[in-house]
Design a protein around this ligand. Structure first.
Ligand code: ZN
Length: 94
């Protein structure tokens, strides 16, 4: 039953390859209510995408955390953060 539900969600609700873009839109606050629901349904049923979403969350938190006095000199540019994310996505074949 769960396998069938999983297939239905992947085929009808949302395929895995759309998840990274929607996560980015969600983080930017640009995701519609319906897309949020569909993303949540997908993440509920798909362990791989849920793991990816968790990693993105952790990376975002690490990169945006306030740095200690000593490390404040090191700044990440937004473009570098985006590049890092794109490279990470590419390497895990999303
Ligand atoms: Zn998935």
């Amino acid at each position: 039953m769960k396998a069938l539900l999983s297939k239905l969600i992947h085929i009808i609700i949302m395929p895995c390859n759309r998840v990274p873009m929607l996560i980015e839109q969600q983080n930017a606050g640009k995701l519609s209510f319906m897309k949020k629901i569909r993303l949540r349904m997908h993440l509920y049923i798909c362990k791989l995408c849920a793991a990816y979403a968790l990693k993105v969350k952790q990376i975002d938190r690490l990169l945006s955390e306030e740095l200690s006095e000593e490390r404040k000199k090191i700044k990440f540019k937004e473009v570098d953060i985006q590049h890092f994310k794109e490279e990470t996505k590419r390497k895990i074949n999303f």
